[in-house]
Write a protein that binds this ligand. Structure first.
Ligand code: PLP
Length: 381
């Protein structure tokens, strides 16, 4: 079986949410992460154009540790602090820097790092390089976390790190159950809200908002998913943010593009001023979940805009992806973190999907399973 990505050799152009263009042909798209479909919004296009027109450089050619900073970096940091209600924030060139920024910020407050076993690599790689002992607990399991914390030395203060919504499945960890366990140990909870920012929580502040534990949690998020920009932010107190700026990964790398910072600042403001965007998207994703469950598919509940399922073997999942592709629909057959041996059909519901788009997808999935399972009943994976 050919297990190369289905997009191998195709030229992508234009389209970055509900529509994707491959070799000039339009596809109905369920892959990628521009959840709120903000990238075509005039406010964001204008922000980039305006920065260019005002002579903005493509990069800051001097690391920020030497003191100078472009206005666009200050703007995105101000907007991130406003969005998450923190004293301060730091702009990072990519979401992969979140773990490094956070672990430097929280260094004096913890003795051991305790990771969800499926935490994004930006956490596990930074933890491995932190110089602290690292332990893992079973995915999304508060009992496993409790057992792991109980096994620590009595005075060891844990830093527990997890994604706010997991990239492949969209599931949320039960942060409300983690929090008391961690606070009992004088520990800290770090949440990577990359896939939840802009979608989850009443005003899109992510899983910590969803579970009502904001203000007790340390938050970082990429800007390249729901918020459609590029780069990331880590938020916190002024002192913590100053410490994060000393991390080698920040001190020793370019701060990112000021044009991306200008676009990301605008996206954060747009969502802060229009929180209804988040609720509307969650509703669309729920519509798709319910429709797919009517096809006897097992779909996890989550307020994220990710809808995921796996049924049958890797080959069957790949055949479904090919069937959809031949019908002009692109979906991801993911082999990413937590995808499992068969891989996962990982769907993004975008804010610009119409109900007809979602119905068309469900109908194609139904046709595939009807053809591959003549009994009309499909066995669950
Ligand atoms: C949970 C999570 N954190 C961080 C990142 C890295 O973000 P970026 O693409 O901005 O480097 C990703 C990227 O896929 C992610 O899924």
């Amino acid at each position: 079986m050919d297990d190369r990505p289905i997009l191998d050799g195709h030229r992508m152009s234009g389209g970055d949410s509900a529509r994707l263009y491959l070799d000039g042909h339009e596809y109905l798209n369920f892959g990628g992460c521009n959840y709120l479909a903000l990238s075509q919004r005039p406010e964001l296009r204008h922000a980039a154009q305006n920065a260019l027109d005002r002579g903005c450089a493509f990069s800051q050619y001097l690391v920020r540790a030497y003191g100078g900073s472009y206005e666009h970096f200050d703007a995105v940091e101000r907007e991130a602090a406003l969005f998450w209600g923190t004293e301060s924030a730091v702009y990072l060139p990519s979401g992969f820097h979140i773990g490094f920024a956070a672990m430097a910020a929280l260094e004096p407050l913890c003795d051991v790092i305790v990771l969800d076993e499926m935490a994004h690599w930006c956490m596990s790689d930074a933890a491995a390089l932190s110089g602290k002992p690292v332990r893992k607990f079973a995915h999304c399991d508060p009992d496993a976390l409790a057992a792991e914390l109980d096994a620590l030395d009595a005075d060891a203060r844990p830093l527990v790190a997890t994604d706010g919504a997991f990239a492949t499945t969209g599931e949320l960890p039960p942060l409300n159950r983690y929090m008391p366990l961690i606070e009992d140990r004088d520990g800290q909870l770090l949440v990577d809200e990359s896939h939840s920012a802009g979608v989850v929580g009443d005003t899109g502040r992510g899983a910590a908002q969803h579970f009502g534990i904001e203000g007790r949690v340390h938050v970082g998020a990429t800007l390249s998913k729901g918020l459609c920009g590029q780069g990331a932010v880590y938020t916190g107190s002024a002192t913590a943010i100053e410490r994060s700026r000393t991390a080698h990964a920040l001190r020793g790398s370019n701060p990112g593009s000021p044009i991306s910072a200008a676009v990301s600042a605008t996206a954060l403001r747009l969502v802060r001023e229009n929180p209804d965007l988040c609720g509307a998207l969650r509703k669309k994703a729920q519509y798709l979940r319910i429709a797919l469950r009517r096809q006897d598919l097992e779909i996890a509940d989550t307020p994220a805009s990710i809808v995921a399922f796996s049924r049958g073997s890797f080959g069957e999942m790949r055949a479904l992806q090919q069937h959809l592709f031949d019908a002009g629909i692109y979906v991801l057959h993911s082999n990413y973190i937590a995808a499992g041996p068969s891989g996962t059909i990982r769907l993004t519901v975008f804010a610009d999907h119409s109900t007809a788009d979602l119905d068309r997808f469900v109908e194609e999935v139904g046709q595939f399973f009807a053809a591959t399972d003549p009994s009309g009943r499909q066995a669950m994976a």
